[in-house]
Design a protein around this ligand. Sequence first.
Ligand code: ATP
Ligand code: MG
Length: 872
Amino acid sequence: MNTAKEIRQRFLDFFESKGHTVVPSAPMVVKNDPTLMFTNAGMNQFKDIFLGNSAPKTKRATDSQKCLRVSGKHNDLEAVGHDGRHHTMFEMLGNWSFGDYFKEEAISWAWELLTEVYKIDKSKLYATVFEGSAEDGTEMDSEALEAWKKHLPEDHILYGNKHDNFWEMGDTGPCGPSSEIHIDLRTDEEIAKVPGRDMVNTDNDQVIEIWNLVFMQYNRKADGSLEPLPAKNIDTGMGFERLCMVLQGKTSNYDTDIFSGMIAEIERLSGHEYHESAKTEVAMRVIADHIRAIAFSIADGQLPSNVKAGYVIRRILRRAVRYGYTFLGFEEPFLCALVPQLIKDMGEAYPELEKQRKLIESVIREEELSFLRTLDRGIRMMDDYMAKNADTKSIPGVDAFILYDTYGFPIDLTSLIAAENGYTVDMDSFNVELQKQKERARNATANEFGDWTIYVEGEEEEFLGYDNLELSGVRLLKSRVVKQKNKTMIQLVFDKTPFYAEMGGQVGDTGVAVSASGEEIHILNTVKENNLTVHIAERVPEDCEGEFILKVDGERRLKIAANHTATHLLDNALRQVLGTHVEQKGSFVGPDYFRFDFSHFAKVTDEELRKVEHIVNSMIRNDFHLEEKRDATMDEALGMGAIALFGEKYGDKVRVVKFGPSIELCGGTHASSTGRIGFFKIVSESAIAAGVRRIEALTGEAAENLLDTVSDTLKGIREMFNNVPDVTAAITKMLSENTDARKKLEEYAKAKAAEFAKKLADNSEKINGINIATFNRDTDPAMFREAAAMLQKEVTNFALAAAYEHDGKPQLLLMYSADLVAAGHNASVDIKEAAKLIQGGGGGQPFLATAGGRNTVALKEALDKLVEIATR
Ligand code: ATP
Ligand code: MG
């Protein structure tokens, strides 16, 4: 049998035999590219070669590339599970020519591989050819047509328009006609009814595209026009899972040996059978597919989160959980339990899965748990929405959108629950909300790129910033205008530069470019775009032709470098203290502080943190000098003991950065020796995801400033305690004295109130058969109120009426004993009547009420009124 492994190997061997270099897959998660979150085609890793920004290292390359199509231009997410041929994550087999062979060879080798190596029945194959476009002024691709005619009868060649057969990388950039190879897998009976050529591109699971050959020969400019590329390229991509399905004689990718183990495991865990119903089939496919995308992303360093790439992963995970929950009865985390099977299937080819098993499992488990809670809450919210709309039996789109957007509740689930209860969802208004949100997102990120203005042709740009903060004799190669929202920025590219472009967590350099005429252009940031170092400037220099001097803001750079070096020392110290499972999961290195994320499964204790600080500071005092090897091969680097990260893209030559015991692969800028860091201090330690911790820390002056603040505060406190040597003991003593004093004060106040109550009772007189006490001297209202409440509990047939002035304001109080309240007296009502006289108001309870006012002159009158009311 053709196993998947053999099929992949045969592809690579074939192209190697045709002079291609086999290259490794690039990471699936793309870092340092503002235009792309995930690799979605084999050509991504060669983008800068096609754009002419880097020279190819070889003219022919071949590989199997991990791809993910869940966002942006290629988004197959909704199809996954419903058909048998679209995945979120899949492998794309490819072969490339960089300015070397072109259409003739690309087509005949594809044909040879499919029909002679893989022995696919020729009569099942179809090819499409670009028919030309009047709009672009391009003609039919007769070169490709002639090449195909050598292999295929004419009725197996179809013509496609710009939409189907013209491939573009983006709005601008390299592009060209393409030629797709399709295969008809239907039974002879079906073929007899409808010929294959009528079935191509009709979204049928048995007549499918397997390979796309792209012939890159144009560059699309910002004004929409095409210009021929100086070097023509070949870029091909064949779906590996689809090829396996063809060669293993299956009708769906999920029936191949790539997925069959996983489907069986899902059957076992759920107790359902794959072919039990259409719903279980879809659900198991979704889960078998998504677990790969999720686990590989985490291994590549992308954790689920609320933003960007992390959010995409979170959505894929939630989609899988949702299908399992609704159709397979999984109410507890189950995706994490599929990781061992995934490792069994793919662990040999991708060792990073086994190495990070614990992290992958715990991150997935935590996400599942939190989403299951969300599901629960969403289902309860649905109950509310249905109750609210019982008359119309329609859930408004805004509500469905809140569920979707705020609670991550998939719209199809909302519809499903609605339908189960005889409700519908107003999809039109939901879509309006969705559209609005998309618009908001687009406006926030949309960039408009102008064409490059070229000043000097073709010289390679070079980073010289490891050794220089200032460079003269620099030539400006090109510039362009980029508009984002209302902001306009200028991008400048030089032939060489001391500016470090934002990468690997380290922020980009700032500084100035001085033109030959002395004009100073501020460089606001430096970033990488398609392997170009792009300097973001406020304006285009007046003199672009002359030589420039580039100056990096040196003070800022030194701080950044110290922080970067400190991350290495921190990494090393963490591994010493916590264990070698600690792996870097991300970092931010700026001039003012840095943070370092790493895998670890428990809170780092204060003691451990202190130990880490001591180790780092002792490495600083050791003043280890930077030992770097700029052009090491990967083998040399690993031989030196360097730590490489999964999910990072490393070139053929890597840079090894060594400070004493710390050895890392790193492209960042560093302090010349650890002593330059000065001092290191951790500010915080926290969790950012299951199994991932974050440390924030300061170095040098920033750490010094922090300690200054801390010691100033301490000094201030000491002074308050007359500079006693042991201030902690003094504070502890004060706190306990304070508690005692407070207790005494409370007791004293109570005693005083009791005494006061007794005095009031003793001074009562009888009017109309009721004992009444009056009071009209200044006193503390709170104490008075407490005394009245105490008294109230002890007396019968008793009323207390008071009108007095406190802090210049008139105050009233009225109290009735319980038996008087029972007989119909109500202090809260009665006091209001008297309060009018002092131009105020008040209230309380039937047995005790107070009032305040503005008119002190009427106090005597108010007291008489209270007595009159109480005794009437
Ligand atoms: P389709 O029309 O089937 O979605 P496509 O035109 O999007 O394919 P290309 O972008 O040309 O495909 O990608 C090259 C090859 O990669 C395709 O011929 C196909 O074999 C495979 N492929 C594309 N998308 C997927 C996917 N989502 N899952 C698996 N394989 C895919
Ligand atoms: Mg597609």
